[in-house]
Design a protein. Structure first.
Length: 283
């Protein structure tokens, strides 16, 4: 675990926050730069999820105290399934057999994880199968999709996953003005209602804008939380320092749950009311 790069450290920092605050999402899409170098970090995350010792710090892993971690290392843990493309595609049949496999309750722990490598290789028919999993997640089953580029993954899948990136996205410091304006409301979400019309007219006029905006906010919140305990160079986000980590993690969950609904033909204003109310409720 020596010589971690900044993004790798950021990743670990974030997964530890997720575990410590018990805010595990049911589906993650993780962007990897160098697969062989970074897959071990993904496995650390998986171990934290599955370890029977309720570990929430990476340095406490590999305790050699529990079977789960050992079996994961030996690649023979039944509650971790890894799906890889056969040839150039991930086939529907592979996902159906995963579904069969996970049909029965786990005999070992409460959680099960499946990893899909090269999620961009899901073809439309296999994507449909996986979407059913992602839309109706079964308690305790956690999906981890891997890709080298989130934009090559089908939009319907992307919108249902929390995206964590191990790529060096140096665009962090440059946040769109509208996004920044909206983010400031997250420190005082009740103002979302008092300034409703103004926000609607100027920064969130339609579904498409909203989708992009909330995607961007999710990513910024994740980055912010991942770097929070380190030297904070994100002084443009200092207004978030007064907001509790748990609340910010709840915001991420809310955004994750609400964005997919925008894909359906729902009333956009009702959708806004709903997401605003949820922000207010957690605060
Ligand atoms: Zn363990």
């Amino acid at each position: 675990m020596n010589d971690l790069t900044y993004v790798q450290e950021r990743f670990i920092n974030y997964i530890e926050k997720i575990m410590q605050s018990n805010k595990l999402s049911h589906s993650y899409l993780i962007e990897l730069g160098d697969f062989s170098l970074e897959f071990p970090l993904v496995l650390l995350f998986v171990k934290m999820i599955l370890c029977s010792e309720s570990v929430n710090k990476v340095t406490d892993l590999n305790c050699n105290r529990c079977n789960s971690c050992r079996l994961i290392d030996e690649n023979s843990f039944p509650d971790l399934q890894i799906i890889e493309a056969e040839g150039n595609q991930i086939k529907k049949s592979q996902l159906l057999s995963l579904k069969d496999e996970y049909q029965n309750k786990s005999l070992i722990g409460q959680r099960r994880v499946y990893i899909i490598k090269n999620a961009e290789k899901l073809n439309p028919s296999s994507a449909n199968t996986i979407l059913k999993f992602l839309e109706e997640p079964e308690e305790g089953i956690i999906a981890i999709l891997l890709t080298s580029n989130r934009y090559q993954v089908l939009d319907t899948i992307l919108s249902r996953c929390q995206v964590l990136s191990l790529l060096d996205d140096s665009d962090f410091g440059d946040i769109d003005d509208n996004v920044m304006t909206f983010m400031k409301y997250l420190a005082h979400p009740e103002d979302l209602f008092t300034r409703y019309k103004e926000i609607y007219d100027s920064i969130l006029p339609d579904k498409e804008t909203a989708k992009e905006m909330f995607f961007a906010i999710e990513k910024i919140l994740i980055n912010y939380l991942s770097t929070k305990s380190q030297e904070n160079e994100n002084s443009n986000l200092s207004f978030l320092d007064s907001v509790d980590t748990n609340i910010l993690l709840s915001y991420i969950t809310i955004i994750e749950e609400e964005i997919p609904k925008l894909v359906y033909n729902i009333n956009y204003k009702l959708w806004l009311d709903c997401i605003y109310s949820r922000f207010v409720e957690v605060k």
